[in-house]
Ligand binder design. Structure first.
Ligand code: NAD
Ligand code: MG
Length: 428
């Protein structure tokens, strides 16, 4: 029996994780955590009987504790509660399905306590990848990707040696140091010397030569910037292939999601940015590919269903039966591929810049995006304002190399302060 904790259990990934658990007799839920949906959390607690539930808000946690008075489940709150759920004794794997940078501390706590991580929360790896991967190596825990693209790559790499193995393992190499240059001038030019220096550190022996991340292109694929000026929240939330939480759905529409995934791949697989390529593949049948030194390309294909990567992360290295749609190739007819339009979807180009700069810059990229997406969802910022916000925050920031957790959280706070000031009526 494998015991798991699900952080973010009421969300899209969280509820699908619990569906996977329902289908596997040897998975048991020991802890659940969520932000505010207390009624769903109560229903989940009654069904799965965890020892612990964590709710962000203290008053709601008290409310939940009263509601669960007839059970053995204990309710806790705040960051302390989240970390307690992440470190609960007896738990083997923690599913990190919280949205946003708030996932960093609980993820690090779980690794500290020796738990394997089934990682959905990409913002954690984007902003603190060097800390997460370093601590995972130190503690000998596995970081098992849940994001469909990274799971695809992980599946394609089974039986192979590669730099980031120790996702697996790892080779101890890290390249988190930002170049610390003024990014304003560099943002205009693709590729900095920084990337070349890092590519040399990469070493030439790994047989993995390229990661090809597929992207659906989102609901606005094919549009130019003029066609993005007046898009509404409802338009942005209509993803063609996947049903996901609101934030990641907007990220898919801006292609910032793919940018975050490029940075996520860099940490998970130890591959330099020059070797991570994005290709638009509107059918979302190929979930990503890897290329080896001999030119062979391996791909993982499947119906767009997050339960597969979730289940693989929970049962790895085993594969278990799973009900669901199967691919009908004759019905699909053709699979197509396009270059991403980085001129229109500038958030993807900015992600490569932030990733290459490294240090605190990915945190600024991510924090500005979280801030702007929340504003867009409230109807306070236009769609193109998301990319503009990220660019402005990155331009205003001087990247600090090799940040510790405090420096990362400071960079996040300073980004918010900068954005609040620059968007206030008296701001710049
Ligand atoms: P969601 O919005 O549907 O769910 C987010 C969950 O986080 C909810 O359970 C919410 O209660 C919880 N949460 C938010 N703030 C919290 C807090 N302060 N304390 C405790 N819990 C809190 O999001 P989602 O689509 O499930 O995405 C979750 C993560 O997985 C994101 O990082 C996303 O990028 C990543 N991801 C999602 C998908 C997908 O298909 N949905 C695919 C790949 C990666
Ligand atoms: Mg993905």
């Amino acid at each position: 029996m494998k015991s798991i904790a699900v952080l973010g259990s009421t969300g899209s990934i969280g509820t699908q994780t619990l569906e996977v658990v329902r289908g596997q007799r040897d998975l048991k839920v020991a802890a659940l955590a969520a932000g505010s949906n207390v009624s769903l959390l109560e229903a989940q607690a009654r069904e799965f009987r965890p020892a612990l539930v964590a709710v962000w808000d203290e008053a709601r946690a008290r409310e939940l504790q009263i509601a669960l008075g007839d059970t053995q489940t204990r309710a806790v709150s705040g960051m302390g509660g989240l970390c307690e759920a992440a470190q609960l004794s007896g738990v083997e794997t923690v599913v990190t399905a919280i949205v946003g940078m708030i996932g960093i501390r609980p993820t690090l706590s779980a690794i500290e306590a020796g738990k394997d991580i089934a990682l959905a929360n990409k913002e954690t790896l984007v902003t603190a990848g060097h800390l997460v991967m370093g601590k995972a190596r130190e503690k000998g825990v596995r970081i098992l990707p849940v994001d469909s693209e990274h799971s695809a790559i992980f599946q394609c790499l089974q039986g192979q040696e590669y730099a980031g193995r120790g996702v697996a393992g790892g080779d101890g190499h890290s390249m988190q140091d930002g170049c610390g240059r003024d990014i304003c001038s560099e943002l205009a030019h693709a590729g900095s010397g920084c990337a070349d220096a890092k590519a040399k550190q990469q070493g030439g022996s790994a047989p993995l030569t390229r990661i090809i991340l597929t992207a659906s292109g989102g609901p606005f694929r094919g549009r130019k910037r003029e066609g993005l000026r007046d898009v509404t929240v409802a338009d942005a939330l209509k993803h063609p292939n996947w049903s996901m939480g609101r934030k990641i759905t907007v990220d898919s529409a801006t292609m910032v999601n793919k940018g975050l995934e490029v940075m996520e791949a860099r940490w998970l697989f130890g591959v330099d940015f020059d070797r991570i390529q994005v290709v638009v593949h509107p059918q979302s049948v190929i979930h990503s590919m890897v290329e080896f030194a001999d030119g062979a390309v391996l791909a993982q294909l499947g119906a767009p269903d997050m339960k597969l990567p979730i289940q693989y992360a929970l049962t790895y290295p085993g594969r278990r039966p799973m009900a669901g749609e199967r691919l009908d190739f004759a019905g699909i007819g053709s699979l197509t591929f396009e270059e991403p339009d980085m001129g229109t979807f500038g958030g993807l180009a900015l992600a490569y810049e932030a990733g290459r700069m490294g240090g605190t810059m990915p945190t600024v990229y991510n924090a500005a995006n979280e801030w702007a997406v929340a504003g867009f969802l409230r109807g306070e910022l236009p769609f193109l304002g998301i990319e503009e916000t990220i660019r402005a925050a990155m331009c205003a920031h001087r990247a600090a190399a090799n940040p510790d957790l405090d420096a990362i959280l400071n960079a996040e706070r300073e980004t918010y302060e900068f954005l609040v000031a620059s968007h206030s009526p008296t701001g710049r």
